[in-house]
Design a protein around this ligand. Sequence first.
Ligand SMILES: Cc1cc2nc3c(=O)[nH]c(=O)nc-3n(C[C@H](O)[C@H](O)[C@H](O)COP(=O)(O)OP(=O)(O)OC[C@H]3O[C@@H](n4cnc5c(N)ncnc54)[C@H](O)[C@@H]3O)c2cc1C
Length: 379
Amino acid sequence: MVTKTKGMGELFKEVIDKGLCTLCGACIGDCPYTVFYRGKIRMLDFCTREEGHCYEYCPRTSTDLDAISNNIFGVPFSGAEIGTVKDVFMARSKDAKVRSGAQYGGTVTSLLLLAMESGLVDAAITTKTGEDRLPAASVAHSAAEVMAGAGSSYMAYPVLEALNRTPRDSKDSLGIVVTPCQAIALAKMRLGPPMQRANLDNVRFSIGLFCTWALAYDRFYEFLKNNVDLPKVKKFDIPPPPANRFDVYIGKEVKSFPLDDVRNYRMPTCAYCLDMTAEFTDISVGSVEGVDGWNTVIVRTQRGAELIAEAKKKGKLEIKDLPALNLVHLKEAALNKKARAVQEIVKKTGHKNDLMYLGIADSLKNKLLGHRVSVQGGH
Ligand SMILES: Cc1cc2nc3c(=O)[nH]c(=O)nc-3n(C[C@H](O)[C@H](O)[C@H](O)COP(=O)(O)OP(=O)(O)OC[C@H]3O[C@@H](n4cnc5c(N)ncnc54)[C@H](O)[C@@H]3O)c2cc1C
């Protein structure tokens, strides 16, 4: 697949103005022309450059999954349901304090803390929420700052902005937590690393979060503001199927909303995303259907395997086999997301030879177009 890089004008015309932006943040942070404001990437002034990293790294412009997969895993994109897997199991933090503030088992937070403790990284890029419960990226330099980022905000937030803001000559080694679209943007950045901004060699590992969809920052905030006392909220949760609820923990109480109501606030662009398990990261982490307080963990790369080995050696994680049926369901949900995405893309473009941004082999495209999406799966 030949990728033609264009500039900021085309990024707005083809992606942002069409409502296809995922809010990954790859186009902001070091650019004087674009900024994140009230839930959207906005243009401050027009950039006349014909080619820009903003266009190149966007996960909704021409994306060659074979090239990305070759670069990370040394093999073309297979289209396997949950991507390249070295190991898969369930885990949770052995530290009760970490677990109590975490979304599920606190595996992500534990791995970040371990990486800092052992000197693998100096800082971690996380997403934390403030009093208004709006997400914001944070470059956490201490254990306390990493802990403050625990828990999930289901609103999309342009996390890669924080990476782009790191000075080119910074010596800080970094770990980063990303959703699947952010992982794809990061992988595109690794394919053609920027010369003038953040040094990607500083990123020692990425942890990906499973994600079925994310919620629109501005519209969902309005919904929350009108329905809950935001400063009192301790946690948001979308329990795995068949719960079909969005739970808001307020003190010891839980206020639940039907997930169908909350789905109205989804980012429209998530319908075109193929990736449920953050396939282009070192380690991916999600919930475990039917098992509260644990995470499903997928180890994908050597770097990921080394971090997990260290966690085992230092006794940071409790690890168990993932029940076979959970893996079956996970693969089914992930395959459904792939098939739904390709089918939605074709519905949008009106032609099966036009997959918008997506570069995949014809054989995989045909398989996904022919797949009957059977269960809702994921969120
Ligand atoms: C938008 C979204 C959708 C998700 N959808 C699913 C799903 O369909 N199925 C599933 O199994 N799991 C999903 N998850 C993942 C799940 O909510 C947990 O984050 C994951 O299981 C890790 O749990 P933990 O206990 O290890 O996390 P913790 O130890 O609590 O750490 C959570 C980490 O997530 C980061 N984070 C929080 N919000 C965001 C955000 N908006 N963007 C980027 N990073 C963030 C925090 O910085 C923190 O480092 C989703 C998460 C998000 C953010």
